[in-house]
Design a binder for this molecule. Structure first.
Ligand SMILES: [Fe+2]
Ligand SMILES: [Fe+2]
Length: 283
């Protein structure tokens, strides 16, 4: 039995404590409601067949690899802003996972195009830091807002990459591991955050939510053009076009934001009561 399996080692420790299974159900439900049924659309991608497709592949994955390196670097900043051991166990795993995703993308580009993209990945990584500036370095909340933005709102982007018809079949296969990693990051982080929030006073909850909503608006505005660019690059490889993904993304963002950062007094109260009664039942 492997570590982290439902019936394995993790089931008796923090997996249960953080109620990751419940979070997984909620996110599965969001996904079913907001994102069209893709079961028939995801097929084994075929390799690029001409220079135009190879060029599109190179540029998309040199961007995505840089984004995953940016995520690994920013995630590591979390080690300096929290000493919560639960959260640190996510951070250390996430650094390894997202760093590995970046390596897969680099290797895949080299396999598909015969060129090592590392110089372009480096340039894209620099550009990404220039775009985002010091937001992930702005203490615990700046860092947490980075996690929210890059881990939760990327789901439509991940699905769009999966429906693309041109790609690297080996990466489609590795993709199963990547989706599982990303689901773990989301579920762990949301379960941890909602539990953390439920333990604060109402005043503190309002203050935290208010600041995180401000960060949310800042990240969304800064990344709008970048995000559109990534989706457009995916479309060159058979992914959905921007006008389709835009709608999905808006709905997905709104739904997840309201789940993580409930705003009305009523939503906040029922959320806190809900977490408290789940705690009581678990004991
Ligand atoms: Fe990743
Ligand atoms: Fe991730």
């Amino acid at each position: 039995m492997a570590f982290g399996d439902e019936k394995g080692f993790g089931a008796n420790t923090y997996f249960t404590k953080l109620d990751v299974e419940r979070e997984a159900r909620v996110f599965g439900e969001f996904q079913r409601r907001i994102i069209p049924d893709v079961s028939g659309l995801i097929s084994e991608a075929r390799l690029p067949e001409n220079d135009d497709e190879r060029d599109a592949y190179y540029h998309l994955y040199a961007t995505v690899a840089a984004q995953d390196l940016f995520i690994a670097q920013s995630t590591a900043l979390g080690l300096g802003v929290t000493d919560d051991a639960d959260l640190q166990s996510l951070i250390t795993r996430q650094i390894g996972d997202d760093g590995r995703h970046a390596s897969y993308f680099r290797e895949s580009i080299e396999f598909v195009t015969g060129r090592d993209p590392i110089k372009d990945i480096e340039a894209n990584l620099r550009a990404h830091w220039e775009l985002i500036g010091d937001l992930p370095r702005q203490g615990f909340l700046g860092w947490l807002a980075f996690e929210f933005d890059y881990e939760f709102y990327a789901v439509p982007e991940i699905i769009n990459a999966a429906v693309a018809t041109v790609g690297d079949p080996r990466l489609s296969h590795a993709g199963e591991g990547i989706y599982a990693d990303e689901a773990f990051h989301r579920h762990f982080l949301s379960a941890w955050w909602r539990r953390h929030l439920s333990q604060q006073s109402v005043e503190k909850q309002r203050e935290l939510i208010g600041k995180l909503l401000e960060y949310d608006r800042t990240y969304r505005a800064l990344k709008a053009d970048y995000y559109k660019g990534v989706i457009t690059k995916m479309h060159r490889l058979g992914g959905w076009p921007w006008d389709v993904v835009k709608e999905i993304t808006l709905n997905w963002h709104r739904e997840v934001r309201d789940y993580l950062l409930p705003q009305s007094a009523h939503a906040l109260r029922s959320f806190t009561d809900g977490v408290a009664s789940e705690d009581a039942q678990a004991q």
